[in-house]
Design a binder for this molecule. Structure first.
Ligand code: SPQ
Length: 427
C-alpha cells in the first residue's frame, strides 16, 4: 500500500475502536457467566473475532453484529469439549487467557495459532497452570503451540510471576475461579488490571494488595452489560501523529483512561506535548475521556521501570515520537518487546532506520537521537505482519518527504480494521 507522505496537517475528530484487551475479556467472562451479557462498542478486529470463534467451538452461543455482541453465558460446567482445534490466530491474549479457562474444564482441547503465535512463549502460563493440576503437552515441552490441554480438578496456587504480564496474571486468576480456595499472583510491576475490574463487574470478588492480586474460588459470575471504551493503544497512533505532524489538532473521543494503560499520556506530557483531557467519567468500571493533541515541540525522555507495563504496546509509536524530540531518548527494561507479535526491538529499529531515523537497539530497549527529518525516497517498509509496526510506519510516512510503500499493511486489521480510513479522514 502507498502511504500518505509529506502531510501538511492532520485535523479532526476520531472515535477509535473498542479496547482489544477489554473486548477479549468481555467475551470470555460473558461465556463463563450465568445469563446474557451484552457488549457494546466491541472491537471487531481479527484478534477478538478469534476469541469469539474459540468460545463458539466450546459450545457458547455468541451473536456478533458489528460492534454489538450478545453472549449467552454457559454458566458453571457449561463449556463443552470442542470437536475442532481452537485457533487463536495472531492473538496472544486469546491463547494465554483461554489456557487459564481451559485448565479448569474437565475435558480435552487443542490450541493452535498463526506463525507469529508459534514463536511466542506459552511456558509462562503452562508452568503455573500445570502447578495447579492441568495436564498440558505441546511443542518444546509445552512452551509453544500447538498445545494440548486436559483440565479439571485444579488446586489453588500462590504464584510469583517473573514478568509483569497481564496475560500471565489473568490466566492464573481465571484458572483460580475454578478451584476451591485462594489463588494469587504477585508481579514485579503492576500490569493492566482489566480482568480484575471485569470479574467484579460480573459480580465476582477480587482482592488487590500491593502487587498481589487474589481470587477465592469457586465463584459464580452473572451476565451483565459492558460498554468497551476506545482503545488507548489505538488512540496512541493519532496522539503521536497530532504531536509530530505540522499544523495538527486531533480530538479522540471516548478513550479508555485506565491508569494501568496511560503511560503514553505521561510520556507525551513529559516530552512537552500540547495535550488536554476532557469529559472524564466512569463507564461501568473503566475511566473514559476525550483527548486533544496539537503539534508540539518535544524533548527527549528516559522510559523504564514501572512505566514499561503501562505503555508496553505503545513503544513502537513512542520510538517514532522520539525521533522528533530534541535529545536522546532511552527506552530500557523493555525486553518483553522481544516476545510480542514480532521482536519489536528489532522490527522498530530496522524499519525506522530505513526512513533515516537515528535509532539503535539495546539489550532491553532502544536509544533514539532526535530531532531527525525522515525521508522516504521510493522506500519500501514492512509491518512484518505486526499491526502495531504497520500503524507506526503509516504515521512515520506522514512526516517523511518522498514516497513510501508499506508491505503487509493488512496486519492492522488485528486491532484497528479502519485505521487507514481514519487516518485519511484527518488529511
Ligand atoms: O494479544 P497480544 O497478541 O499479546 O497483543 C498485544 C498487542 O500489541 O496488541 C501484545 F503483543 O497486547 C498485549 C499486551 O502486550 C495484550 C495484553 C492483554 O490484553 O492482557 C497484555 C499485554 O501482554 P503481556 O504479555 O504483557 O501480558
Amino acid at each position: 500500500m502507498q502511504l500518505p507522505t509529506n502531510v501538511s496537517s492532520l485535523r479532526g475528530m476520531i472515535e477509535v475502536p473498542g479496547d482489544k484487551s477489554i473486548s477479549h475479556r468481555a467475551v470470555m467472562l460473558g461465556a463463563l457467566a450465568s445469563g446474557r451479557t451484552v457488549i457494546d462498542h466491541f472491537l471487531p478486529g481479527a484478534d477478538c473475532l478469534s476469541t469469539i470463534d474459540c468460545f463458539r467451538k466450546l459450545g457458547v452461543d455468541i451473536r456478533q453484529d458489528g460492534t454489538t455482541v450478545v453472549v449467552e453465558g454457559a454458566g458453571p460446567g457449561g463449556l463443552r469439549e470442542p470437536a475442532a482445534v481452537l485457533d487463536v490466530g495472531n492473538s496472544g491474549t486469546t491463547a494465554r487467557l483461554l489456557l487459564g479457562i481451559l485448565a479448569g474444564q474437565p475435558f480435552h482441547a487443542c490450541l493452535v495459532g498463526d506463525e507469529s503465535i508459534a514463536k511466542r512463549p506459552m511456558g509462562r502460563v503452562t508452568k503455573p497452570l500445570r502447578e495447579m493440576g492441568a495436564r498440558i503437552d505441546g511443542r518444546e515441552g509445552g512452551n509453544y503451540t500447538p498445545l494440548s490441554i486436559r483440565g479439571g480438578a485444579l488446586r489453588p496456587l500462590r504464584y510469583t510471576s517473573p514478568v509483569a504480564s497481564a496475560q500471565v496474571k489473568s490466566a492464573v486468576l481465571l484458572a483460580g475461579l475454578f478451584t476451591d480456595g485462594v489463588t494469587s499472583v504477585t508481579e514485579p510491576h503492576r500490569s493492566r488490571d482489566h480482568t480484575e475490574r471485569m470479574v467484579r463487574l460480573f459480580g465476582g470478588e477480587v482482592n488487590v494488595d500491593g502487587l498481589t492480586v487474589s481470587v477465592a474460588g469457586p465463584q459464580r459470575l452473572r451476565g451483565t452489560h459492558i460498554y468497551v471504551p476506545g482503545d488507548i493503544s489505538s488512540a496512541a497512533f493519532f496522539l503521536v501523529a497530532g504531536a509530530i505532524v505540522p499544523n495538527s489538532e486531533i480530538t479522540l473521543k471516548n478513550v479508555g483512561l485506565n491508569p494501568t494503560r496511560t503511560g503514553i499520556i505521561d510520556v507525551l506530557t513529559q516530552m512537552g506535548a500540547d495535550i488536554a483531557i476532557d469529559n472524564v467519567r466512569n463507564e461501568e468500571t473503566e475511566p473514559v475521556g476525550d483527548i486533544t493533541v496539537r503539534t508540539s515541540t518535544l524533548r527527549a525522555v528516559e522510559i523504564g521501570g514501572d512505566l514499561i507495563p503501562r505503555l508496553i504496546d505503545e513503544i513502537p509509536i513512542i520510538a517514532l515520537l522520539a525521533t522528533q524530540a530534541e535529545g536522546t531518548t532511552v527506552i530500557k527494561d523493555a525486553s518483553e518487546l522481544k516476545v510480542k507479535e514480532t521482536n519489536r526491538i528489532h522490527t522498530v529499529v530496522t524499519e525506522l532506520k530505513k526512513l533515516g531515523a537515528d535509532i539503535e537497539a539495546t539489550d532491553d530497549g532502544m536509544m533514539i537521537r532526535g530531532k531527525t527529518p525522515l525521508y522516504a525516497d521510493g522506500i519500501v517498509v514492512d509491518s512484518h505482519g505486526d499491526h502495531r509496526i504497520g500503524m507506526m510506519l503509516a504515521v512515520a510516512a506522514c512526516i517523511a518527504k518522498g514516497t513510501v510503500r508499506l508491505e503487509r499493511s493488512e496486519a492492522v486489521a488485528v486491532s484497528y480494521p479502519a485505521f487507514f480510513a481514519d487516518l485519511r479522514s484527518l488529511l
